[in-house]
Write a protein that binds this ligand. Structure first.
Ligand code: CA
Length: 219
C-alpha cells in the first residue's frame, strides 16, 4: 500500500512516517502542496494523508486539484483547525475523512484501514488463501493455524500478493508497494523476500510468471 504523506511540520512528518512504515505502509513524504499534486499525477499513490495548513497552496485547494486528477483517490485530511466550518469545507471538497490534530496514532491507523477497505483491496481484515491466513489488523500471519514470524517487508510483500490473488504483479509494482522513494533498494531485494516467503509457506505458494512478475493463486 503506497501512501503519500503531505505535511510541512518536519517533526510530525518524520514521526508519522516512521509509525506508518512500521504498520507496513510504503510512505512517500512531501512538504508542499505543489509537490503533492505533482506526485499524485506521476506516482499514483493508493491513499493520501493531507495536512490542510501548507506553506504554499492551501490544503483545500490542493485537495480540489487532486480531485481533478483522480476523483476517487482516498484522501484523509489532517488539520489543526478543528472548527465545524473547516470540517464541512474539507468534506465538501472531496475528502474521505478528517482528523484534527493532535490525534492518537491508533485512531489514524483505524481510519486508514477503513479507507483501505473502501479501496476494495482489503475487503475483510482477514485474508485466507489455502493454509495461509493474514490479518491486516493484527499483522498476524498463520500457516496451518501456526503463527509465522515475518519481517516487515516480508509481511508487506505477502499482503500485496494475497490482496491481489489471481493477478500477476510486476517486480516494479511490488517494489513500489514495499518501498518509499527514499529507501535504498538492493537490486535483488525483492527476490530475497520472495525466496524467504517460499521457505516459510512452501515453494509453490508464490508463482513466478516468467518475464512478467509474481502471483499467488486465488483461494
Ligand atoms: Ca502544517
Amino acid at each position: 500500500m503506497q501512501l503519500l504523506l503531505v505535511e510541512d511540520d518536519p517533526a510530525l512528518a518524520s514521526g508519522l512516517q516512521r509509525a506508518l512504515q512500521n504498520e507496513g505502509f510504503a510512505v512517500n513524504h512531501v512538504a508542499s502542496g505543489q509537490h503533492a499534486v505533482s506526485i499524485v499525477n506521476t506516482e499514483a499513490p493508493d491513499i493520501v494523508i493531507l495536512d490542510l495548513g501548507l506553506p504554499d497552496i492551501d490544503g483545500i485547494e490542493v485537495l480540489k486539484q487532486i480531485r481533478k486528477i483522480h476523483a476517487s483517490l482516498p484522501v484523509l485530511l489532517l488539520t489543526a483547525r478543528d472548527t465545524l466550518d473547516d470540517k464541512v469545507a474539507g468534506l465538501d471538497s472531496g475528502a474521505d475523512d478528517y482528523l484534527a490534530k493532535p490525534f492518537d496514532m491508533p485512531e489514524l491507523l483505524a481510519r486508514l484501514r477503513v479507507l483501505e477497505r473502501r479501496l476494495g483491496t482489503a475487503l475483510s481484515n482477514e485474508i485466507s488463501i489455502g493454509k495461509v491466513s493474514l490479518s491486516t489488523d493484527s499483522h498476524h500471519v498463520t500457516s496451518d493455524g501456526e503463527e509465522m514470524e515475518l519481517s516487515k517487508r516480508e509481511y508487506m510483500l505477502l499482503k500485496a500478493l494475497m490482496e491481489n490473488a489471481g493477478k500477476v504483479q510486476t517486480r516494479n509494482a511490488l517494489e513500489s508497494k514495499l518501498y518509499g522513494w527514499e529507501d535504498e533498494i538492493a537490486s535483488n531485494a525483492l527476490e530475497v523476500h520472495i525466496h524467504n516467503l517460499r521457505k516459510k509457506f512452501g515453494a509453490d505458494f508464490i508463482k513466478t510468471v516468467r518475464g512478467v512478475g509474481y502471483t499467488v493463486k486465488k483461494a
